[in-house]
Structures are given as C-alpha cells and as structure tokens.
Design a protein around this ligand. Sequence first.
Ligand code: MN3
Length: 203
Amino acid sequence: MVEQYKLPALPYDFAELEPVISAEIMNLHYTKHHQGYVNNLNKALEQYAEAEAKQELQQMVALLSAIKFNGGGNINHSIFWTNLISEKKGGGLLENGKLSDAINQEFGSLDAFIADMSAKATAIQGSGWGWLGYNKARKRIEIATCDNQDPLSTKGLVPLLGIDVWEHAYYLQYKNVRADYVKGIWKIINWKNVEQRFLDAAK
Ligand code: MN3
C-alpha cells in the first residue's frame, strides 16, 4: 500500500483573501480542484505500485503523465496557498532584506519585477503558472512560466512564488480578464513566505 498524499491545511479562511479572491473561488479551488489533484495522484500512484509489482513496464510508463499532472497540481497549489495572505495581515508588503536586494539586482525594482512577471503570467497560452524561481547553478532568481500543472522543478528551478493562471483561479470573479486578476494578486502576496523560500533555496 502506497502512502497517501493529503490536502494540506489552508492557512486562512476562504473569505480572507477578499476582495482580491472571492470566498466562492477559494472554496471551489481548494475543496474541488486541489482535492481532485490529490485524489487522482493517489489513484495513479497506487496503480503504478501495482504495475511495478507485476513488472508491467508499459502500464508504468502510461501512468507517468497522470502522476506528473496530478502530482504537479498538488505541489503547485500547496506552494500557492502559502504564497498568499490577506492585506490586513501584511499581504503585498516586501520588507528590505536579501530577497528585495536580489529583486532589485535582477530586475531593477520591485515594480519592474511585478510588471515583468505579470506580463509573462498573463501571456501564458491556455492553462499554466507564472513563477519566480531560484536557479541554484546560477545563484540567481528568474521568472519562468509552466504549462498545465508542470511543476517548476521540470525547468530546474526552485519555486519561490507562483501565480495560478488557470481559469478556475479567477473566472467566477474576473471572467475573461486574466490581467485584472494578476494585477490584484500582488496585494495579497505573502512576501515573508517567498523570502523564506528564497533563503532556504539559496543556502
Ligand atoms: Mn488551480
């Protein structure tokens, strides 16, 4: 029996990220979408273990796509929830420190970084994620985008800050205007969480 993955606890109530993200979106996104990735990941891993026990290599290879998609979905959302915090509790505030230094060095200013990442996340064709990641080989932060639920590790980067631009993340509130959702999300970024991820990655 394979160890089962579980939906991680959400660090706030569904309504806490309003008005940027509505409680209805949070509820559906967490209890239906993220839970769905967790359930389907567990199912695929169990089938994989069965196939592996029987040395059914063709079946094992056929399951890899479901493991990548649903495993990526679980990884990405687990990071995304912690990247967010209500405005009242300090959302959107990046204090001076090593991360702000790195952002200034790489992008010139926080505003320039936000403009760059917003443009790249908004321009993703179809479903995907915009990321700020850490390149351990170059010892630098980078903006990257991923399609579908591909986790950022597939691009060789450590994920620091992700923006989910799947329509399920914004459509009920922002309809087709992804740019407005991306513009708003900067007000609820938990920069302390992003900075801790940066410090851990750069160790
Ligand atoms: Mn999502």
